[in-house]
Design a protein around this ligand. Structure first.
Ligand code: ATP
Ligand code: MG
Length: 571
């Protein structure tokens, strides 16, 4: 391909709208352009990368026995009502009406549509197992679209759905996808970690996320240094060393006492005022779970995990109560809530609170806290793991101290069980002629997000450094003197030879200053650059530079093709 004929509008300046490095570089390298918030066009060079990722996904899905199909983006509301998600999905679901006033939505995911297809077409155990996938545009009205195509409102996803006769077979399908996903991200040349995850609004019994490791990631991962355990902190079990749990605390229960704490609202302020450590405090949060009021208690230095609590309660909605509700329930503004005298509400305390004695809580009275609160005597509650795992917590399998890092979620696999097949009545006849419910799994990869995450992991101050497998081109051929016939002839010749070997080339035939060409080359990040200049050529030399290492070699033009062939296998 000739650069002069391409739509490849590189930018010298970084557009102000971009925060994340991948977003900045994709705009600067002419890969994407914004149409509206969270809605992007993929320009030719960006779309080439998308296609590369899609093809790796396709090959691995096909070889894992999955079949590609394409489902409609436009979904009738009835199907979503059948599954219950028309109401549950909330504002993220893009809804619209047709000319007859019928409700539709734009698919954010396709469990409903695929389950509908399968319930109509599958009759018997002989038709199963099935794994069906598509690579398609998804629409989600994200509350805060950001970071370019990383969190967009319109984005490309590969979504696959497996259908099995029973749990055992469904587990095999899940495992096949788990392995295929590992191969996909390995082949893309990315560093990633597989973690246990929460199932979110998709639902189901358990799931894994595939995280590209990057400091800019929005997800936090807790992992064991011995590789025994890794989980999204949304889900990671919070296990304290015993010494902290039972404590060397005094065993004498001191009398409960109310103390004045005027205008003191935060844990830090309270600790300073009472000269105590956050470990001696218990924070009480008032929440609304669907329509029920819940008091959730965590230690002063711990953070409530809303997802764990929501799962524990099997609630559809869980949110912190507003200031008015807190006032109504505790007779005090936010900051003075506590468990004493609140037994008409459901009180759930984190496990780490269980063995505390003589601790401090709010007194449900303005500017007042209790000291020397003790379980049993002053308040009762139920205990569960409802906090966010943090430094100091232990691996639940081997008790080593957990490590933490950040990642970008690019893939998510779920064991759905009968959640959708039951709601929609997707059944089959087993060998004995009995009707059974199909067991499902679902498996997603964000294609655009994978492209962005690849950049987060592979760049330097000059631009992108593409892994070969997903690079838009393999070789950038750069003739420096475009008016020199010999130079251009050689560039064209080598380009043809390489392309006949399926090595993809971009030939920068623009008649502009070499300095600009070099800058663009680094920015776009093609793995190999071949520079042909008339001065070197007179000496019988051309230069090959590796984008990643910055190493360059001058070799005879006759050896360029074999050199490149070899270099690409080594990168
Ligand atoms: P997140 O927690 O980041 O919102 P999710 O759990 O909602 O993701 P899934 O429903 O599991 O995502 O979707 C499958 C994959 O689609 C994700 O792993 C991610 O790679 C991609 N994806 C999800 N939402 C977006 C988005 N708004 N923009 C780009 N890619 C997305
Ligand atoms: Mg989401």
């Amino acid at each position: 391909m000739h650069y002069s004929r391409m739509l490849l509008p590189t930018l010298k300046e970084t557009p102000a709208e971009a925060e994340l490095i991948s977003h900045k570089l994709m705009l600067r390298a002419g890969m994407i352009r914004k149409l509206a918030a969270g809605i992007y066009s993929y320009l030719p060079i960006g779309y080439r990368v998308i296609r590369k990722i899609e093809n790796i996904i396709r090959q691995e899905m096909n070889s894992a026995g999955a079949q590609e199909l394409l489902l409609p983006v436009l979904n009738p509301a009835e199907l979503w009502r059948e599954s219950g998600r028309w109401e549950l999905y909330g504002a993220e679901l893009m809804r619209l009406k047709d000319r007859h006033g019928r409700d539709f939505c734009l698919g954010p995911t396709h469990e409903e549509v695929i389950t509908d297809l399968v319930r109509r077409e599958v009759r018997s155990y002989r038709d199963l197992p099935l794994n069906l996938y598509q690579i398609q545009t998804k629409l989600r009205d994200e509350i805060r679209p950001r970071f370019g195509i990383m969190r967009a409102r319109e984005f490309i996803m590969k979504d696959a759905y497996s259908f099995d006769c029973n749990d055992h077979d469904a587990q095999i399908s899940y495992q096949q996808m788990y392995e295929a996903y590992n191969r996909i991200f390995e082949r893309c040349g990315l560093t990633f970690r597989v973690v246990e995850a929460d199932s979110g609004s998709i639902g189901g019994s358990f799931s894994h996320e595939f995280m590209i490791l990057a400091d800019s990631g929005e997800e936090r991962i807790a992992y064991c240094p011995n590789a025994d355990y890794s989980a999204n902190v949304e889900r990671a079990l919070a296990v304290l060393p015993d010494s902290l749990n039972s404590g060397e605390a005094p065993s004498v229960l001191a009398p409960l006492e109310a103390v004045d704490t005027p205008n003191i609202k935060t844990v830090d302020e309270l600790c300073a005022f009472l000269s105590c450590a956050p470990e001696n405090l218990v924070k009480t949060l008032i929440l609304k779970a669907d329509d029920q009021i819940i008091l959730a208690l965590v230690r002063g230095d711990h953070e409530l995990n809303l997802i764990k609590l929501k799962n524990l309660l099997s609630a559809d909605q869980l949110e912190l109560a507003d200031a008015d509700t807190v006032m109504q329930i505790t007779n005090a503004p936010v900051g003075f809530a506590g468990p004493v005298g609140m037994n008409k509400y459901r009180i759930i305390a984190d496990n780490a609170v269980k063995n505390m004695i003589n601790f401090i809580t709010g007194a449900n009275k303005t500017d007042t806290h209790y000291i020397n609160v003790n379980w049993g005597r002053d308040a009762v509650c139920e205990y569960a793991d409802i906090r966010v795992a943090q430094a100091g917590d232990l691996c639940p399998k081997c008790a080593a101290a957990l490590n933490f890092c950040k990642g970008i979620e690019v893939g998510h696999i779920f064991k759905l069980g009968a959640k959708y097949s039951k709601a929609l009545g997707a059944v089959f006849l087993d060998e004995a002629g009995r009707q059974q419910t199909i067991i499902m799994g679902c498996y997603g990869i964000g294609v655009g997000r994978t492209m962005a995450a690849a950049i987060e992991q592979n760049y330097d101050q000059n631009g992108i450094i593409w892994p070969v497998a997903i690079a838009p081109y393999h070789v950038l051929i750069m003739p420096l003197d475009v008016d020199n016939e010999q130079v251009m002839q050689l560039a064209e010749d080598i380009c043809q030879q390489l392309e006949s070997l399926k090595i993809e080339c971009l030939l920068d035939d623009r008649d502009i200053r070499p300095g600009i060409k070099f800058k663009d080359a680094d920015l776009i990040g093609i793995p190999l650059r071949l520079t042909i200049g008339k001065r070197d050529l007179k000496k019988g030399l051309a230069e090959i530079k590796i984008r990643k290492s910055g190493k360059s070699d001058k070799i005879s033009p006759d050896n360029v093709v074999s050199y490149i062939k070899n270099a690409l296998t080594l990168l």
